[in-house]
Design a protein around this ligand. Structure first.
Ligand code: NDP
Ligand code: 8X3
Length: 256
């Protein structure tokens, strides 16, 4: 895998799952890391774990839904951290698995505010300097849910379809600059994702992965690192990855 030596990488949602795995992968590849999430204690523990790699790390407590906070925090980064080379827009979540006519409006707001508006707010703060420098790479974490809607996935799927559309739009906006944009769209990955979806119901979350060998967060991070380390003239637009045991959002092979 290529090197991120001297590149500064901002990862949102770095306190868990895919974001934390991206931090490991990018640190091992020589990157300097800005780790952002709401749970600062988790970020501090991750920074301690990563100390062995020798990576320089800066931690940010950040709620990507908070438009004012995103602008203030990201536009006043300390000088040594203010030039972001790679932005990994990973922070995201699903809440609930319900039909629209019985769904929770609070769940919808949380998903739309995090997965769509959060990606936009963070991108809006970081991208102008990338365009000005004519250098940078935005890597969004989408989902197969943005390609195929599944029963009761309605709003979550809509947010990931939005991420896909935004990635395509950004690619058009950035044509003529050297700034790159990619989306990495995984199927089933075992993280805290299902615990969050089912509001902490661990037993229900576990059934999602029963009998399946899901992707790991590290599998996704490998792909993110691949995108981030191509030569400057190569833009990976979109990668879909699924477990071997999955064929679509609704077709999963469960071993007895
Ligand atoms: P996790 O629940 O393990 O991690 C989610 C991360 O997002 C956490 O670090 C959390 O940090 C952060 N986050 C959530 N809300 C906010 C917020 N408002 N502000 C800042 N950070 C926030 O799940 P995954 O690692 O699986 O999810 C990462 C991404 O991958 C998401 O975008 C998800 O949609 C996507 N994805 C996941 C798949 C899966 O099957 N697991 C498959 C396809 C895509 P904190 O709570 O500390 O703020
Ligand atoms: C997460 C994968 O299929 O549970 O985006 O929506 S799925």
């Amino acid at each position: 895998m290529g090197s991120l030596k001297s590149q500064t990488v901002l990862i949102t949602g770095a306190s868990s799952g895919i974001g934390a795995a991206c931090a490991h992968a990018c640190a091992t590849a020589g990157g300097r890391l800005v780790l952002a999430a709401r749970r600062r204690d988790r970020l501090e523990a991750l920074a301690t774990e990563l100390a062995a790699t020798g990576a320089e790390i800066h931690i940010l407590t950040l709620d990507v839904r908070d438009r004012a906070q995103v602008a203030t925090v990201l536009e006043s980064l300390p000088e040594a951290w203010s030039t972001i080379d790679v932005l990994i827009n990973n922070a995201g979540l699903s809440r609930g698995l319900d039909k629209v006519h019985t769904g929770s409006l609070d769940d919808w707001d949380e998903m739309i505010d995090t997965n769509v508006k959060g990606v936009l707010y963070v991108t809006r703060s970081i991208l102008p300097k990338m365009v000005q420098r004519n250098h940078g790479h935005i890597i969004n974490i989408g989902s197969i849910a943005g390609h195929q809607t599944y029963p009761n996935g309605n709003v979550y799927c809509a947010t990931k379809a939005a991420v896909r559309a935004l990635t395509e739009g950004l690619k058009m906006d950035l044509l003529g600059t050297a700034v790159r944009v990619s989306t990495v769209d995984p199927g089933m990955v075992e993280t805290e994702f299902s615990d969050v979806r089912f509001h902490g119901d661990r037993d229900r979350a576990k059934t999602v992965y029963q009998g399946v060998t899901p992707l790991t967060a590290a599998d996704v991070a490998d792909v993110v690192l691949f995108c981030a380390t191509r030569p400057a003239h190569v833009n990976i637009n979109e990668i879909i990855l699924m477990p071997t045991d999955q064929a679509s959002t609704t077709m999963v092979h469960r071993h007895p």
